[in-house]
Design a protein around this ligand. Structure first.
Ligand SMILES: Nc1ncnc2c1ncn2[C@@H]1O[C@H](COP(=O)(O)OP(=O)(O)OP(=O)(O)O)[C@@H](O)[C@H]1O
Ligand SMILES: [Mg+2]
Length: 245
């Protein structure tokens, strides 16, 4: 049977000017922090911003935003939540709360298709997608269902993060998917060169290094504080460049 959802998804996203997928391959390098802080910064600049948490098994955007996502209102689709002014937000946490969403690959693809098919974003300047770690079903489905999505790759300067980021960049390039650039996070003085070199060899823009910021933990759950952190100050030019501003 033909799945009608890909066509429906294209319609749902037809008023979204740009989809920016924050991705890394490696876990724990700061994707969700970049996705949430980036969305808040762009919304603060007056853009119409959506944030979609696609890390079904490790959903954390709502924790960073400090909201308990309710079940979305239904009106010709599911309306995104609005956890901060100008920010529309959809997450699996609306449906599973803090229960574990253990799923096999096929169920992950189904959940992704359902969310994209039912969420009524309306007109957006940018839809920021918080991707899960790894290169798997969600990565492949996004590439297939949202081929215009621009990938924003985050890595730390550690050799393990670099090797995984190199593999992801190889996949993105090999699949001819657009890449906004490579951003370094949790910079230590020794890490920067490896990231800049990786960007050159992968032929993607190097967006710079974000500092280790001890204030992030205390700002977690407080959108107003997150946008005032040193991390946010360093990240703003990167995210603005990534959305073509
Ligand atoms: N620049 C930074 N300085 C200090 N701590 C940071 C920085 N960036 C991220 N962190 C912290 O590192 C932890 C992991 O960050 P985050 O959850 O954003 O990573 P992730 O890549 O989304 O992880 P996952 O792959 O599990 O989804 C969080 O506790 C976050 O506050
Ligand atoms: Mg995350």
């Amino acid at each position: 049977m033909i799945d009608p959802r890909p066509a429906g998804i294209a319609l749902r996203l037809s008023e979204v000017r740009r989809v920016l997928a924050i991705t890394s391959g490696k876990g724990g390098v700061g994707k969700s922090t970049c996705a949430v802080v980036g969305s808040l910064l762009l919304a603060r600049r007056g853009l119409a911003v959506g944030l979609l948490d696609l890390d079904f098994q490790g959903a954390s955007c709502h924790t960073l935003l400090g909201c308990t996502p309710g079940v979305p209102v239904e009106d010709r689709g599911l309306l995104p939540l609005e956890p901060a002014p100008g920010l529309r937000f959809a997450t699996i946490a609306s449906f599973v709360g803090e229960r574990p969403a253990a799923m096999r690959g096929a169920a992950l693809s189904e959940a992704l298709r359902e969310m994209l098919a039912v969420t009524r974003w309306g007109p957006l300047d940018v839809l920021v997608v918080d991707m899960p770690p790894g290169i798997h079903d969600i990565t492949l489905e996004i590439a297939r269902l949202v081929p215009g999505a621009v990938h924003f790759v985050v890595a730390t300067g550690s050799r393990v993060a670099l090797t995984v980021a190199a593999r992801l960049l190889q996949y993105l390039r090999g699949s001819r998917l657009p890449v906004a650039g490579l951003a370094g996070n949790m910079g230590l003085r020794t890490g920067d060169a490896g990231l800049a070199d990786l960007a050159v060899s992968a032929e993607v823009p190097y967006l710079g290094m974000l500092p280790v910021d001890a204030s992030l933990e205390a700002s977690t759950g407080h959108p107003g504080r997150l946008v005032l952190t040193p991390f946010a100050r360093s990240f703003e030019p990167m995210i603005v460049r990534a959305v073509g501003g």
